[in-house]
Design a protein around this ligand. Sequence first.
Ligand SMILES: *Cc1c(COP(=O)(O)O)cnc(C)c1O
Length: 397
Amino acid sequence: MQISKRVAGIRPSMTLAVSAKAKAMKAQGIDVVGFGAGEPDFRTPEHICEAGIKAIKDGRHGYIVPSSGLPDLKAAVAAYLKRASGLTYEPAQVLIGCGGKHTLYEAFLSALEPGDEAILPAPYWVSYPEMIRLADAREVILQAGASQGFKITPKQLADAITPRTRVFVLNSPSNPTGVVYTCAELRALADVVAGKDIWVFSDEIYNELVYEGVDTCSFAAVRDDLMKQTVTFGGASKSWAMTGWRIGWAAGPADLIKAMGNLQDQSTSNPTSISQYAAIAAVSGPTEPLAKMKVEFDRRRIYMIDRLNAMPGVKCVRPRGAFYCFPDVSGTFDRVLGSGVTGPRSAAWSAKVLEEAKVAVVPGGAFGDDNCVRLSFATSMAQIEKGLDRLEKFLKG
Ligand SMILES: *Cc1c(COP(=O)(O)O)cnc(C)c1O
């Protein structure tokens, strides 16, 4: 029987492959330190859980109209984006989806025709290329390696634009690099695309996790004329430790948001009603729990950067956002792998480190940079110390 080419072509997530192997080792009783997690290790703050529980007890469990999200949550997200990013959106310009990932998928599907091109800086979040391909379009990768601080230049962007370019994807703060573009850098990129027939998909899901007081902005805020071509993506998962609740949002021009809403109407319908009530509490409620998590992430971040950079052959571009380090470990490839490794070396390296040092990291090849690996610091300080001790010993040994 037939499986469509569109779906058969989806590449399995390398991030999940490593965590599956680490889990299998743990199940055998092996003490593995996992740096693979792409989610906060904190529990959802109490007041948010209470709002979810109240929604259940109040009987808010029926179909909710409209399927594009609760009006109260759209209004709360619009108010939040105003407060946090200085962006002015009407509630009708906001779509509530089943996680940020889902709203991004809906956006690619709504914006791209077969054969269109989407410009994608690498390192990139694993799901973007697959989403672009599911829309029968093609990703045009702009390599931004460690030597350029994992940031693309305006010239790279300008040179990549063709008559088929329909979307430019930007993710700052970045998963996997933790790199944050400054307002000036965003403005220089904006100057390249402003006024062109190109959507900018600005994935700002880590907007609350910016350290060292970096002077950063929301992309749509850096020029007056960007609102009509930019979609701002966010969600509850990362900032409020709500990954499993599955609430994300997109805010942008009403016509595209409406198209995405129609797609959602005929596919998932509304995101879980209970989660939407909890998300209202998240974006409108007290900010102290978030501030506390951020302080703890920051402490671990600094510790991890310093430890990694002290290891032989390891160089880590300083992450100033999100909860990841993305060190270049290519200086250790020959020693760790010997010569004659065919195929992606970051994957072979990660497999060896998992087997021998009992430390799980994610191969950079999954994100479009085979010199690097990703370590998440969304795990306890004790685990971080233990894992980095093991890695250091392994690399020195
Ligand atoms: C985690 C993540 C998302 C979306 O996560 P959801 O749980 O679907 O909201 C989107 N973009 C990036 C870069 C992420 O890391």
